[in-house]
Design a protein around this ligand. Sequence first.
Ligand SMILES: [Zn+2]
Length: 281
Amino acid sequence: MSSPTANNIAVLGLCSSTPLKSSCQLETYLCGRDYADVFQSKMSERIYADSGGSVTESKVVHNVPMCIQSYSWDCGLACSSMVLRYLGFDPHNVYTSDLDSLQCGESIWTIDLAVLMQKYDIRHKLCTITLGVDKTYSKEGFYKRRFISDEERVNKLFQDAFTLGIIIEKRSVTMEEIIEHIQLGNIAVFLVDWNYLECIWCDRHRCRTCKCFPCLSACCDGYQGHYVVVCGFDLKKRRLFYKNPAFDTELCCSRMDRFDIARKSHGTDEDVVFVYKDGKS
Ligand SMILES: [Zn+2]
């Protein structure tokens, strides 16, 4: 389905990532750091194909300004801020009037991110494998606490999605599609299970016993939704580059097959918001 109707209600994954910053002040919001120089060496390595002189990008990293989340629940907002800055928008209302208008409190779902994109008239596409309320999530520890109140709000958004101009497709997404999307200068916000998210550059900082990052022990108990912004790839090494709003590192890197596990883990519904650099919605 390219758009939901009243009979096609979906629940997308909820994100409430682990708190990594002891200080919950917006002043710690480090949005807008330009790291073009830092990653100049990683930018757009090109291989010229033999036939016709066409160009195939084998390695791409888009220059997405870093935004670090300030709380335990706002990785979706931080990712949205990164998207806005990448596309030349001012993200300063994201944590204030934009958040207020969502009326989601501290419970941000993937469709809320799509609503934000639409609010800024940004061309987007939300893909998910689940249309219709997945009642089994009501028993998931991650979702349980706010499931009932969130269910009504999120369902209403899906009912209204078409008229709101939110583009939704019910389907799984392949890695090839992700690469093609990124190669065209676009980026995408993925819902992943934190427990399976890897960074081959940062994982040395992880706790050896529970494989979580230094954080609350509760983060190790079952599914833990987290949003990241995928902004690059290395085809030869089969790696994806992404921005993790929970870290103050500029860029993270995962093997593609491992990222597939994280984004397809039960609880994510394989949610992804594709964001397009060109054109408005
Ligand atoms: Zn990393």
